[in-house]
Design a protein around this ligand. Structure first.
Ligand code: ATP
Ligand code: MG
Length: 428
């Protein structure tokens, strides 16, 4: 084994026994997003480094220490996307999608960050991103939260996540607050860790996002941005909470929630859980109107969120309440040359008639006994059995593998009828 090449640290394979859970979650995600009229967009995984520097912010964990940046053969600096918001907005601006229009979009795929790998924190991870453009009112902020609430319910983990909400106000409001915050932290400078001392100069709000427990109390006693909001920001926030109250969606107002990215303003939120240790944020987002102009577009509006799929699935595993599709419904056993030829034809005719049927045909020969073993191991509910006798008579045996019901003999149309009924009643 010593010489075998292994996967890159923090980048994981999803093996066949795990993919049914992924596919189940992905299918529900698509359905829920479709139910709110959202469309999928697909962007490249690699973008110009400049895009992330300009959008995420130079003084963020991502840009300072987490990006996979490299020079391509032309000497251009490229980066494996650490998140999707910047690329999605870049794509929409590039294709003129934002000229006074409204969009509700989503994307799904791998993101790359050079972090210290641990449970729930990887170097390649999958995110669902949802972004909306062109809507200024608090109704769209609320819609995103309502959509997520439905998603948790559909995935069977509603009782495992809590919503945290805050408002970051406007740039002008943040500027006034920033002054107050700097004064406060300067008065306690000896208690700031090295990172935070540096951030005091560059981006003091980010200190509130510190995960250093030694600073928890200092951060908890800092002035709150909420007290510095103007009338418009205050009303925007209150309208969101009123809509959530109306639908009975509970939330905590978390005054320290500032998010790790530079582009947020007004609404920010996170969905957190206690079940995944320190990697407890499953989903995070907010309003980022300012980013559009920052990337060269005409002033407009944007709200979105990103969900970490590995953390989502880990949470679903703790709930274990999902029906998983089996890879095989029916396994076809063929013994003898005539049976192999007839079985191949029969299988193709079944697939013509029942495209949803998962039919695996035994390959590589073997006795009835050894093929039955394979049928059982495949997880199939039925074995279709063809020996040379059946082949000459144009029939096939059908044996239930998960119940005591007797074996039956079918011609093609009977088999189609029987398996068609099975598909209608199959749980997945
Ligand atoms: P954290 O504080 O955990 O580092 P973040 O603020 O960097 O999170 P975002 O950029 O907001 O995370 O990404 C949204 C979501 O993507 C997170 O809530 C999390 O579920 C997931 N995520 C982020 N980084 C990773 C990672 N390295 N591995 C797995 N999932 C991740
Ligand atoms: Mg992070």
């Amino acid at each position: 084994m010593a010489n075998n090449i292994q996967a890159i640290r923090g980048m994981h394979d999803v093996l066949p026994e795990q993919t049914p859970l992924w596919q189940y979650a992905e299918q529900i995600i698509r359905e829920v997003l479709g139910g709110y009229g959202y469309s999928e967009i697909r962007m490249p995984i690699v973008e110009k480094t400049e895009l992330f520097k300009r959008s995420i912010g130079e003084v963020t964990d991502i840009v300072e220490k987490e990006m996979y940046t490299f020079e391509d053969r032309n000497g251009d600096s490229l980066t494996l996307r650490p998140e999707g918001t910047a690329g999605c907005l870049r794509a929409c601006l590039e294709h003129g999608l934002l000229n006074g229009q409204v969009h509700r979009l989503w994307y799904y795929g791998p993101m790359y960050r050079h972090e210290r790998p641990q449970k729930g924190r990887y170097r390649q991870f999958i995110q669902l991103g949802v972004e909306t453009y062109g809507m200024s009112g608090p109704d769209i902020d609320a819609e995103l939260i309502i959509l997520m609430d439905r998603l948790w319910k559909r995935l069977g983990i509603r009782d495992k996540v809590r919503l945290q909400l805050n408002s970051l106000g406007t740039t002008a409001e943040r500027l006034i607050y920033r002054g107050q915050l700097v004064t406060y932290f300067q008065a306690h400078i000896s208690q700031l860790d090295e990172d935070s001392q540096r951030r005091l100069q560059t981006n003091p709000l980010r200190i509130l996002d510190s995960k250093n427990p030694a600073m928890a109390e200092l951060v908890a006693n800092a002035p709150a941005l909420m007290d510095y909001l103007g009338e418009d920001s205050r009303q925007h926030f209150q309208s969101i909470t009123a809509q959530l109250d109306n639908l009975g969606i509970a939330y905590d107002i978390n005054l320290r929630l500032v998010r790790g990215l530079d582009y947020y303003g007004k609404t920010v939120f996170e969905w957190v859980t206690d079940e995944l240790g320190s990697q407890g944020t499953v989903c995070a987002g907010g309003r980022y109107d300012g980013l559009i102009e920052q990337l060269g577009g005409k002033a407009s509006h944007a709200v979105g969120f990103a969900m970490g799929i590995e953390r989502l699935l880990a949470l679903m595993e703790t709930a274990a309440c999902y029906p998983l599709a089996k890879p095989v419904d029916v396994f076809m056993i063929r013994v003898g040359e005539a049976a192999e030829a007839a079985g191949l034809l029969f299988a193709e005719q079944l697939r013509d008639a029942l495209p949803a049927l998962k039919l695996q045909v035994n390959c590589g020969g073997g006795s009835f006994k050894s093929q039955f073993k394979k049928a059982d191991k495949s997880g199939a509910d039925f074995a279709l059995i063809l020996g040379d006798d059946e082949a000459t008579q144009g029939i096939i045996g059908c044996k239930p593998l998960r119940s005591e019901s007797p074996q039956q003999s079918f011609n093609l149309s009977q088999a189609i009828g029987f398996l068609g009924d099975y598909l209608k009643n199959r749980p997945h």
